[in-house]
Design a protein around this ligand. Structure first.
Ligand code: ATP
Ligand code: MG
Length: 646
């Protein structure tokens, strides 16, 4: 397929924190002398008691044990707030944009510090102490960040559940980590619609042990039932406590949070992150990958319910003293131009979003983008799924006006922060490739037997050694941790993703290993075929899976969403099959193409190919866990119009 390289613009090479020489020197040092490298980098954080040990990690079978800076102590909230007060007290920490374009709020570091202390005192008054688990089920309001930081301040472990999840999913997550407090709001507001968060919490709590308390933040003023003795209004309690609360001294290895993965491949895992290593990784990647400068306005469009929101709305930006924009709404409300209007309104300089949003906005055409200026933008980012080169080019050309580099950041809930990513002053960009490893990250590609392959190759992506931000365990189930990530290949962390490395050493994520298709003995990632389909002007989104085929072993089944205004037809089916054949080769020609108005996605917007595979196999009776699906109605249409009927 076409391979375009965007060279590093000379102004970027000259002004960025990291240029190509710095990247190479720092990378070499990070793997040759991890102790020395990370000892220096850890000076990014304020330690209460300095550490003496740096790295103490083992990927050995039966002894998976990850510790960084283990005898040091610090507090995450103090690192995100207190230490900025002297120099950045009046700087805006959180710039909040409401669902309704007429609503916004700026909160300075000084104000955020006071409110977090108050919040922490409310938590204490409710009996929460160090080590307790607190479930946060909130909309995208500043109180979500305050709740996280308040937990961190007193050493409680937060577990955020995305506000779009159902009462059942919420109950499961409250129960799994035995939370004693749930923080929610009366209602959320998204795309002009109200989300009954308190009501959902009430339903969830009929399915839990039942000793939880509920702290309710007033967002809309909508009416909710309050259960005496169990439910408490935040604003009432906050009025009774002081805004002084000393930060708890935490060990670097004390838990900071639990977060359930998005569930693309099955039952979500309660990923546990700890204090020192996680914060260092979040802060360092946020500064270097986004080339953060003092006056940047940084906007990550993720929800705080996902790891991207944890690391790049709250912990990374605030640890760096940056201004972080938090958006309550959705990309298409009131119109498809909302993202771009918010960029103009707040003069956003760095914009970080997901391919699912880019493809959806691309489907609406260039008009809404071109109705805005976006002159403040200097850097774009992508995360969540492989970004198809076609969508990359649109993002680059139309959104960034050919001016802004794009960092395509590959990482996972488990990894805490970016692992494979360009750096804008150092890395020539290849659209669709996450490019090179971040400092301290040693990726490798293995074949089915676990043999490490050299040079240009394709196989399964593993990481050979520990990095500070990695997860420490699956909460309450260390065996599942070992089983999931360390049993496929001995002494290596298995990512679950397929990957290709080209002759220039660039990494290309080809999709999830579970989704690899084997056509007549040729193994194929889903990303390449999907990208070829999306490159056709009539296609906005595509998902490809394998299904049993008498001759080839597996055939290729493609689900295709068309651009607005393009009509489905048999002729178009033929055209698309021929198009892929021409773009990639005969082996990749789809056998069956189904036009789908919508694809099944997780609530974070990732395509769930597991479900599409079942439908393609004509086995739609057993779809497995679909509790994390965003819109179950999509599935009915897919089943009704399936192409492979036995
Ligand atoms: P589960 O593990 O429960 O199936 P999930 O993998 O979707 O859920 P996340 O941790 O949110 O949960 O997603 C991480 C995955 O997202 C990666 O393993 C990869 O498949 C995909 N991903 C993230 N960023 C990128 C990227 N820049 N390029 C390609 N794939 C990406
Ligand atoms: Mg995963």
């Amino acid at each position: 397929m076409h391979e375009i390289i965007h060279a590093v613009p000379s102004e970027w090479a000259a002004s960025a924190h990291v240029d190509i020489n710095t990247y190479q020197d720092m990378y070499r040092r990070s793997v040759e002398d991890p102790d020395g490298f990370w000892r220096e980098q850890a000076a990014r954080l304020d330690w209460i008691k300095p550490f003496t040990k740096v790295k103490n990690t083992s990927f050995a079978p039966g002894n998976i044990d990850i510790r960084w800076f283990e005898d040091g102590t610090l507090n995450v909230a103090a690192n995100c707030l207190d230490r900025h007060l002297a120099t950045r007290g009046d700087k805006v920490a959180i710039l909040w944009e409401g669902d309704d374009p007429s609503e916004s709020r700026s909160i300075t570091y000084r104000e955020l510090h006071a409110e977090v202390c108050r919040f922490a005192n409310v938590l204490k008054a409710l009996g929460v102490s160090k080590g307790d688990r607190v479930t946060i089920y909130l909309p995208m309001i500043p109180e979500a960040a305050m709740a996280m930081l308040a937990c961190a301040r007193i050493g409680a472990i937060h577990s955020i559940v995305f506000g779009g999840f159902s009462p059942d999913s919420l109950a499961g997550r409250i129960g799994d980590c035995r939370s004693t407090l749930v923080i929610t709001a009366d209602e959320g507001l998204r795309g002009g619609k109200k989300v009954p968060l308190k009501h959902n919490t009430d339903s969830a709590l009929t399915k839990t042990i039942g000793d939880e308390k509920v702290l309710v933040i007033r967002r809309t003023g909508g009416e909710v039932a309050m259960h005496a003795g169990r439910d408490f209004w935040y604003h009432e309690m906050a009025a009774t406590v002081s805004d002084a609360c000393p930060p708890e001294e935490m060990s670097a290895e004390d838990p900071l949070f639990i977060l359930y993965t998005s569930g693309s491949t099955g039952r979500p895992k309660g990923v546990l992150h700890t204090t020192g290593g996680y914060l260092l990784h979040a802060a360092m990647t946020h500064e270097l990958v986004f080339d953060l400068k003092e006056n940047d306005i940084f906007w990550c469009t993720a929800d705080v319910g996902w790891v991207t929101g944890h690391s790049y709305i709250v912990y990374g930006p605030l640890a760096n003293g940056a201004t972080s924009l938090m958006f309550e709404g959705v990309p298409n409300y009131p119109t498809n131009a909302r993202f771009w209007q918010v960029i103009d309104k707040h003069k956003v300089t760095i914009f970080y979003t997901a391919p699912t949003a880019i493809r959806a906005l691309m489907q609406a055409g260039d008009g809404p983008v071109k109705s805005t200026s976006r002159a403040s933008l200097r850097l774009l980012g992508s995360v969540g799924e492989p970004i198809n080169p076609e969508a990359w080019e649109w993002y680059y050309r139309v959104v960034g006006d050919n001016r802004c580099p794009i960092v395509d950041t590959w990482w996972q809930t488990e990894t805490g922060g970016h692992l494979i990513t360009p750096m804008p002053g150092a890395t020539p960009l290849k659209p669709g490739s996450a490019s090179w490893p971040f400092f301290g990250v040693q990726p490798a590609i293995v074949d089915a037997e676990g043999q490490i392959m050299e040079g240009a190759c394709e196989g399964n992506l593993v990481i050979l050694d520990a990095w500070p931000g990695m997860m420490r365990t699956v909460y309450g189930d260390h065996e599942r941790f070992e089983q999931t990530y360390f049993s496929a290949y001995k002494n290596m962390y298995f990512t679950g993703d397929g990957c290709r490395r080209d002759a220039d050493g660039y990494y290309w994520i080809t999709g999830r290993v579970d989704d690899v298709i084997n056509v007549s003995g040729h193994r194929m990632g889903t990303a390449e075929v999907e990208s070829a389909l999306v490159a056709h002007s009539g296609v906005s989104e595509a998902a490809v899976v394998g299904y049993p085929h008498d001759i080839k072993g597996q055939g290729i089944y493609a689900y295709v969403t068309l651009m607005a205004g393009v009509a489905p037809s048999d002729a178009l089916r033929k055209e698309l099959a021929g198009w892929v054949r021409k773009e990639i080769g005969p082996i990749a020609t789809p056998d069956l193409i189904q036009f789908a108005p919508g694809l099944p996605k997780t609530r974070s917007g990732k395509i769930m190919r597991r479900i599409l595979r079942k439908i393609a196999e004509d086995e739609f009776g057993a779809l497995g866990d679909i509790s994390t699906l965003a819109d179950p109605a999509v599935v009915e249409d897919l089943i009704a119009n399936r192409q492979n009927r036995k």
